[in-house]
Write a protein that binds this ligand. Structure first.
Ligand code: ADP
Ligand code: ASP
Ligand code: MG
Length: 403
């Protein structure tokens, strides 16, 4: 069997932990499996590197950020490979480039376009353990790129897909996917299985346990994906097709996204094509727009509010400024003290009253809802940042997810 194992930042957070990972990998190799390991940077390392860059600039060139940030994962891949070789298990460390990962040129959040697995395959054929630096690739010109925060998950899934691996295991600091972040609600319950679609919603809505693009790709390539703990032998959570899950609860989980900011555009010229111009310009700047609210126009002017990740706010401001400068927008304002809480479940498709219950749960806690959006399988609400965790606990209880 070919397994792709990914170890996150906490799992490789110290030399001792890297040694433990080496032992765990060796055991799996010993059992007769072929192994590719994908590693993150040691915990805190990526944030530290970002702080270093911010010491010199608040808006550093993205190409240079990728040079900087990709180094964290190279350190751990080399260290793990050194440890494995020393233990008598032939291993080879590879950067994203050597692993054949080619991306577009959207620096700091590049998309994988193709993978040439021949270097990895050659080493596997020789019986070696391949240790790949996650979170990175190169564009067609050979410039180093990174895949967005949490991107080592995506590296693992993409490599599993390219090598047609039998299993992709994501080892982290919790023993699976819970009904909500167990650090916010200790009563959260571990799920044995969750559908790709629900996991994709949870991940996109802030549950950082898996990067959302990795789930999207796992679904597309039908990769068998498991999340489990580096620190225990417990069985984790299987992320699989909806039809493989017998029980379909109304609500599967609650997510909290603190990386959200609200942008308000006042006095927007109300003419056909204006929304298309603004949001196309944002898309071209790679800004990820989420909720959008447009108010009824008065005397040819309207207001538009929308949310973006805080990490996209600088790029969004630059785009909005161009519309303010040419007079299409009178004024703009920004609010970073917000967050988004979301309720996710495939069972919602066939039930009514699910949203009403969410609104009541927040009302009972006196939490004001600023924006709402819904889809077939989710309800998202923007609230003040300081009430985010309380809202999560209130919703968790309202849908009896602790039962
Ligand atoms: P890694 O460094 O291994 O990639 P992350 O920190 O990215 O790990 O993700 C693991 C964290 O995700 C957990 O420590 C937990 O706090 C958080 N998390 C958020 N939502 C959930 C959830 N629904 N189930 C499990 N963990 C969650
Ligand atoms: N080190 C990167 C991050 O912190 C990628 C990852 O850990 O998956 O976002
Ligand atoms: Mg992660």
């Amino acid at each position: 069997m070919l397994k792709v194992l990914k170890f996150g930042g906490t799992s490789v957070g110290s030399l001792e932990r890297i040694e433990n990972v080496a032992k765990r990998v060796a055991k799996i190799k010993e059992a007769g499996d072929d192994v590719v390991v994908v590693v993150s940077a040691m915990s805190g390392e990526t944030n530290k590197l970002i702080e270093y860059a911010n010491h010199f600039s608040q808006n550093p060139k993205k190409e240079e950020m990728d040079m900087l940030l990709s180094s964290g994962e190279r350190v751990t891949s080399a260290l793990l490979s050194i440890a494995l070789n020393e233990m008598g298990y032939p291993a080879v460390a590879m950067s994203g480039r050597r692993a054949g990962i080619v991306t577009d040129d959207a620096h700091t959040k590049a998309r994988i376009e193709e993978i040439d697995p021949s270097n990895m395959q050659k080493e596997l054929n020789e019986g070696k353990i391949v240790v790949v630096a996650g979170f990175q690739g190169v564009d067609k010109e050979g410039n180093v790129t990174t895949l967005g925060r949490g991107g080592s998950d995506l590296s693992a899934v993409a490599i599993a897909g390219a090598l047609k691996a039998d299993l992709c295991e994501i080892y982290t600091d919790v023993d699976g996917i819970y009904t909500t972040d167990p650090r916010i609600e200790p009563k959260a319950k571990k799920l044995d299985k969750i559908s790709y679609d629900e996991m994709l919603e949870l991940a996109s809505l802030g549950a950082k346990v898996l990067q959302n693009r990795s789930v999207e790709l796992a679904k597309k390539l039908n990769v068998n994906l498991v999340t489990r703990s580096s620190f225990s032998e417990d069985e984790g959570t299987l992320i699989t097709k909806e039809e493989n899950i017998m029980e379909k609860p109304l609500v599967s989980g609650i997510a909290l996204d603190k990386n959200q900011a609200r942008i308000s555009l006042m006095g927007v010229k109300d003419r056909p094509g204006i929304a298309s111009e603004i949001f196309n310009a944002l898309a071209n700047a790679n800004v990820n727009v989420d909720m959008i609210i447009q108010n009824k126009a008065h005397s040819g002017k309207t207001n538009i509010d929308f949310t973006v990740p805080k990490t996209d706010l600088n790029d969004a401001k630059a785009v909005v400024d161009t519309f303010v400068d040419n007079g299409d927008i009178e004024d703009d304002s920004y609010n970073e003290a917000i967050c988004k809480v979301s309720v996710v479940g495939v069972g919602m498709k066939s039930h009514s009253g699910v949203a009403a219950k969410a609104f009541s749960a927040l009302a009972n806690e006196n939490i004001n809802i600023n924006m709402i959006s819904t889809s077939e399988i989710k309800i998202s609400m923007v609230v003040d940042e300081k009430y985010g965790e309380l809202a999560v606990r209130a919703l968790h209880e309202a849908y009896e997810l602790d039962k």
